[in-house]
Design a protein. Structure first.
Length: 402
């Protein structure tokens, strides 16, 4: 019996090792086979590009999917013009003559693992009389992210033409009549430095026989949850606004995500801020000058993308009393006076927030930092109680009702 068990154990080990080797061999064979097919597709695409004039090869990136043997291969051809003084892109050079066109083809397929894409390149010289009109000019727009890295796969429109940026992030549009143009990008999942999906670069002046260059900042949109630092138990007035400032935006308030699409917005506060360009933001509640005690939100990396940041707010306990007895079912108005009109005014019309006191004993609320008056009417009387809210401990306010 012992010999049988031992024999079975040895047999199991041998079978397991053998099957593993067979499986590994099959995987290697399949991978090699797919590489051979991918190389054939890349070479065929390159030969197709060599069979036409350089100016007839579509600019930017062109993508197609071809299925061979049940495997879907993605073939991406990127064609970039070059000038004599630049080896990578027209956008990075300074010359005014389009001399070459570099065609790069990459082929990928599902479940590649660590296998590198198949790549093939060819450099085409633009011959004399190949179709470039000397009475017209060209646009070369570099689409770059927040770090300056090129952004590929973005569709750019200018002068009535549309080009998809290649791996160098450069979009070149030729045969453009002399004049002034606007280049526009609008790709889902991306935003410009103004937190808008539709982003433009204006005042592009094209001259005959020249190349007009420009850089357009565009990067993947980020999302962050903005929570109240007051924590649980504190009510946030409906519609409380947040103000933001960063390197590109001097100051703005977020619109509601329910009212806009494809631009920076806020679902509410607390809530998520969406469609944000990767930058360092200063965020605070309210719009008045004395509310501006910013909370830093750094979206330049991937750490905070999709994360949560607590925004500093003032805390107050508001109670309505008659003859020293707390009252429920009343509405209190928190009113902030208008900022003086100056070089950098804040809330030129002031701010007013409605605070429903639904329970005996009052309500705990959050408000922007600053000085507030509390009353039972939208226009506080002269003797209305006031309080200055800071990041320190919460304040207690008693509003006397007749």
């Amino acid at each position: 019996m012992v010999e049988v068990v031992a024999a079975m154990t040895v047999f199991t080990i041998v079978v397991t090792v053998t099957l593993g080797m067979i499986l590994k061999t099959a995987q290697v064979t399949a991978s090699n086979s797919r590489r051979v097919v991918a190389a054939g597709l890349a070479n065929r695409q390159i030969e197709s590009a060599r069979s036409v004039l350089a100016t007839q090869i579509p600019n930017g990136a062109q993508t197609r999917v071809e299925t061979v043997g049940g495997v879907a291969y993605t073939v991406v051809q990127t064609a970039n013009y070059l000038v004599p003084d630049a080896s990578t892109s027209v956008c990075t050079g300074s010359g005014s003559q389009l001399a070459y066109k570099l065609v790069t083809v990459t082929v990928t397929w599902p479940a590649m693992g660590t296998t590198k894409p198949i790549r093939a390149d060819t450099l085409r010289t633009i011959g004399v009389g190949e179709g470039l009109d000397a009475t017209k000019g060209s646009l070369a727009i570099a689409v770059t992210g927040a770090t300056g890295a090129p952004v590929s796969g973005v569709s750019l429109t200018a002068a009535g033409q549309q080009v998809t940026t290649g791996i160098d992030g450069c979009a070149v549009i030729t045969d453009v009549d002399p004049g002034t143009y606007v280049a526009t990008v609008a790709t889902a999942g991306y935003v410009g430095s103004g937190n808008a999906q539709a982003t433009s670069l204006a005042n592009l002046v094209v001259n005959a026989g020249g190349i007009t260059r420009g850089t357009l900042l565009y990067d993947q949109a980020h999302t962050v949850t903005l929570a109240s630092a007051a924590g649980a138990g504190y009510q946030v007035p409906t519609g409380l606004s947040l103000t933001v400032r960063d390197t590109y935006l001097a100051q703005q308030t977020y619109p509601s995500c329910a009212q806009v699409s494809g631009q920076g917005c806020l679902t509410g506060f607390p809530g998520t801020a969406q469609n944000l360009f990767p930058a360092v933001y200063n965020v605070w509640a309210g719009t008045c000058t004395d509310a501006a005690t910013p909370t830093t939100v750094d979206l330049t990396g991937s750490t905070l993308d999709g994360g949560t940041v607590a925004v500093g707010v003032g805390r107050a306990r508001v109670d309505v009393q008659t003859a020293g007895v707390s009252q429920a079912g009343r509405v209190v108005y928190a009113v902030h006076a208008a900022d003086p009109v100056g070089p950098t005014p804040g809330c030129v019309g002031g701010e007013t927030w409605t605070l429903p006191v639904t329970a005996v004993g009052g309500v705990s609320v959050v408000l922007p930092y600053g000085t507030w008056k509390f009353s039972l009417t939208p226009v506080p009387p002269g003797n209305a109680p006031s309080a200055t809210l800071t990041a320190a401990s919460p304040v207690s306010v008693v509003v006397v009702a007749p």
